[in-house]
Design a protein around this ligand. Structure first.
Ligand code: GLV
Length: 322
């Protein structure tokens, strides 16, 4: 009998082809975007695998409900803060994620936000469309150059390194802070210098947040950290919203204590704070990090490989701690 996989979200099927040949796969019915938590709770005891999306909460109650049949929670994301990992490990349920295909598009978006904020692309685009809202002139709409400036990367994992590569190509200096210092060869490749968290905040012209979200990184950037940043600094967050204290950031932006910010993720999910919406020195995108036609299918193929290899043997991107 084929193993059964429950997918919480409606997705392009192309990336799931192989999985659908080998497993019995249930997606939300056509016309529905997602299963609700309650629906998944009802259905889960009939499934061997839960294929969750990064915004679907997989808590202990849900996983216990899936037992004894549930063997694998396969997350469609590199981040897994939506899953209670200690409980999964305790209950003997394997958890996997999809680091590979997420790296380049997320770094690409982070770099795009850096340019958009520094060169005011979104701001002038908005105003150009409104009669009289934009003034043309050589000393109008000034932004900051990026070449020669310093990018501070908080979290020098795959995405941080992919961003460092882009910064180096744009003749920027790179400093980084990470739980552990990365290999000297990696530092050398990107010309990246390891510094303390405080030093990074003080010296960087651009600060990019690229750490996973956990209790330890909650509000890692708040009023005190923003106070250390240059008044010309730009903050970029493409990781998870609650790592940055959103209201503290909005206040700092309003008072021009830093120059600007580019945010792809928000503290309160898709409820972007009104305080941010009112500002023109922040560029806001709706969690677009991996939102490309290509990457949607690449992530589906990666998630499928994790599931297939879990049962057939082969490499699996296993999560072993929160
Ligand atoms: C996206 O946010 C991911 O974690 O893959």
């Amino acid at each position: 009998m084929k193993k059964r996989v429950l997918v919480t979200y409606q997705m392009f099927k192309e990336g799931y082809k192989l999985l659908m040949e080998k497993f019995e796969v249930t997606f939300p019915p056509e016309g529905r975007e997602t299963f609700t938590y309650d629906e998944v709770y009802e259905m889960l005891p009939q499934y061997d695998v839960l294929q969750s999306m990064f915004n679907f909460p997989v808590d202990r109650k849900l996983m216990e409900r899936g037992l004894p049949r549930l063997e694998l929670v396969s997350n469609y994301a590199v981040g897994f803060d939506n899953i209670d990992i200690p409980s999964a490990l305790e209950l003997g349920i394997t958890v996997t994620n999809t680091p590979g295909p997420v790296t380049e598009p997320t770094a690409e978006l982070a770099f795009g936000l850096m340019i958009a904020v520094a060169r005011r692309i979104a701001d002038v685009d908005h105003r150009l469309r409104v009669p009289g809202a934009l003034k043309w002139g050589l000393l109008e709409n000034l932004g900051y150059s990026m070449c020669g400036k310093t990018l501070g990367i908080i979290g020098m994992g795959r995405i941080g390194q992919a961003l460092a590569r882009r910064a180096k190509a744009n003749c920027m200096n790179v400093i980084y802070h990470n739980r552990n210092r990365v290999d000297p060869e990696i530092e050398q490749e990107y010309g990246a210098r390891y510094v303390s968290f405080e030093e990074l905040l003080k010296d960087a012209d651009f600060v990019s947040v690229n750490v996973p979200y956990s209790k330890a990184t909650y509000h890692m950037i708040s009023t005190g950290q923003i106070a250390l940043m240059k008044p010309t600094a730009i903050l970029i967050n493409t990781a998870r919203g609650p790592i940055v204290d959103e209201l503290a950031l909005a206040q700092a932006l309003k008072e021009h204590r830093i120059y600007g910010a580019g945010l792809d993720v928000f503290e309160f999910g898709d409820m972007v704070s009104q305080e941010l919406l009112e500002l023109d020195n922040v560029v806001l995108t709706p969690h677009l990090g991996t939102q490309t036609f290509d990457v949607r299918n690449e992530m589906a193929a990666f998630v499928s490989r994790n599931i297939i290899n879990f049962y057939e043997g082969g490499p699996v991107s296993r999560v072993t701690r929160q």
